[in-house]
Ligand binder design. Structure first.
Ligand code: HEM
Length: 160
């Protein structure tokens, strides 16, 4: 397999397959819920990581899916999270990796004409490595009916 590109060494802590230990969802307008998620980060030697998120209900019914690329602006710690979601959304988030923390904010979200309402207007996401086999992700969002960023997801993963 190809060696890890120099530009993504700063993201190597994300590589591998992660399974949720706890995954919780909330938002002011919905009932809090629990779910399961598998998250994969891989590479083929390019200055980017490939990712895919697959979420499921607690009894394994497939739900939200999300896949794309985490691209590095070579020579910097600035990254772009380029993602397509099965709910009919594509989005780009950007932010900086600092040590084993990555903070991202959307700079564009596009919905298909028949994506369900409300539409998402902003996404803020953070990844943080807790120890070498434990990763956390939090996702906040704003929508057309909830205009301030509010927490939607909080996940703690174990490396498998
Ligand atoms: C509800 C967006 C990820 C499960 C919602 C709503 C939006 C949304 C806009 C409607 C909120 C409202 O009615 O005010 C997103 C975005 C995500 C994401 C942008 C990723 C960046 C997930 C994931 C799950 C999930 C990973 C895991 C199963 C739910 C559930 C609801 C919901 C259960 C409430 C029931 C429903 O409307 O289906 N989400 N979501 N979401 N989301 Fe997410």
């Amino acid at each position: 397999s190809a060696p890890l590109h120099e530009a993504v060494k700063q993201l190597s802590w994300l590589l591998g397959t992660w399974e949720s230990e706890t995954a919780k969802g909330f938002f002011p307008t919905i009932k809090p819920f629990e779910y399961k998620e598998t998250l994969e980060f891989t590479h083929v030697g390019q200055p980017l990581l490939n990712f895919s998120f697959s979420s499921f209900t607690p009894d394994n019914v497939p739900k939200h899916r999300d896949s794309g690329f985490l691209r590095v602006n070579i020579g910097t710690n600035h990254v772009a999270f380029v993602s397509a979601q099965n709910v009919g959304i594509v989005e780009i988030e950007e932010g900086d990796v600092n040590g084993t923390e990555l903070q991202l904010e959307s700079n564009g979200i596009l919905h298909s004409s028949f994506a369900s309402l409300p539409h998402t207007t902003k996404i803020a996401r953070a990844f943080k490595l807790i120890d070498e086999s434990t990763l956390e992700q939090t996702v906040s969002m704003a929508t057309t009916t909830t205009p301030e960023l509010k927490p939607h997801l909080s996940v703690r993963y174990k490396k498998v």
